[in-house]
Design a protein around this ligand. Structure first.
Ligand SMILES: [Zn+2]
Length: 291
């Protein structure tokens, strides 16, 4: 796969919340409080018309190959606006869409998570990790979560993790087996890539599903086909999610049952410092830029 060419000058930022200034046909009045569905699709192809907008051939993410939300004013298609109730603040609304949409599509739609199943969530302190713990726990799954510090593990428990594993000092597959009577988990929630791939496969039960949305530490993983077929493992790729899924997850958000974790906010002018903070993985959850 070729490297993606990011157009320059570039404005990053997939997650946006704020007040509407103008919509072409008055769909939302000025001052209407909204968050933005970050997936951009053509709205005309068979996949889009079938509700699978994240499978659109021209699918893009706001702030990826388009100009995004690191700005005072953002232009998006009107169908990407999602009204938010007055009880939801802009900071938490801006922390919600991309990671909860991604985690929902991975766990519910791709992995078909069922109540009573065991799930291993990697990287509890990441944006998708904290979302996945909450979504899986609220769907009746038993969640095991990994993180690199005790402080992050304590926060993972607060979000609903049943057991936690320190991935820097503990053997993840061995701990998973000790928690599950040697069986392994039904679902592994992956996004880390090469650094964790082998351990993730080893943590799966026979017939288990590994679902992944990322390759932060590298993409060129090895796969022992004998493990794939004898253990009857399913490997599932997942990218973003459908707008309908965001609307569904948002109902839980608006009701207070899913809560995006915001580590801290920075003024928009300090965006570079916010990026450095993310790169150093110091945060638990999301960092939000405020105008
Ligand atoms: Zn389309």
């Amino acid at each position: 796969m070729d490297r993606v060419r990011i157009p320059f000058p570039h404005v990053s930022g997939a997650d946006v919340a704020g007040e509407v200034i103008h919509t072409p046909n008055g769909e939302f009045g000025p001052g209407h409080r909204v968050m933005v569905q970050p997936g951009l699709s053509c709205a005309r192809c068979a996949a889009c018309l079938d509700g699978r907008d994240n499978e659109c051939a021209s699918y893009d993410v706001l702030g990826y190959r388009s100009d995004g939300g690191y700005a005072e004013i953002v232009k998006v298609p009107v169908q990407n606006l999602v009204a938010i109730p007055d009880s939801i603040g802009f900071v938490e609304a801006a922390a919600f869409p991309l990671v909860f949409l991604t985690a929902w599509h991975m766990l519910i739609t791709r992995a078909g998570l069922r109540a009573g199943e065991d799930v291993l969530v990697l990287g509890a302190g990441s944006g998708v990790g904290q979302a996945a713990i909450q979504i899986a726990a609220r769907h009746g799954a038993r969640v095991f979560a990994t993180a690199g510090t005790d402080a992050k593990l304590a926060k993972a428990r607060q979000l609903g993790a049943y057991e936690v594993i320190n991935h820097t000092s503990e053997d993840v597959p061995a701990k998973v087996r000790s928690f599950t009577n040697g069986r392994g988990v039904d679902v592994v929630f992956e996004h880390v890539g090469i650094a964790t791939w082998e351990r993730s496969l080893k943590s799966l039960a026979r017939g288990g599903r590994l679902v992944t949305c990322g390759a932060t530490t590298g993409h060129d993983v090895a796969l022992d086909l004998r493990v794939l077929f004898t253990r009857q493992v399913s490997l599932l790729g997942s990218y973003m999610g459908r707008k309908a899924e965001l609307l569904k997850a948002a109902q839980f958000f608006f009701a207070g049952e899913l809560r995006p974790v915001v580590d801290r906010t920075f003024p928009l002018a300090d965006a570079a410092e916010a990026q450095r903070c993310l790169e150093a993985r110091e945060q638990f959850g999301k960092i939000v830029l405020v105008v």
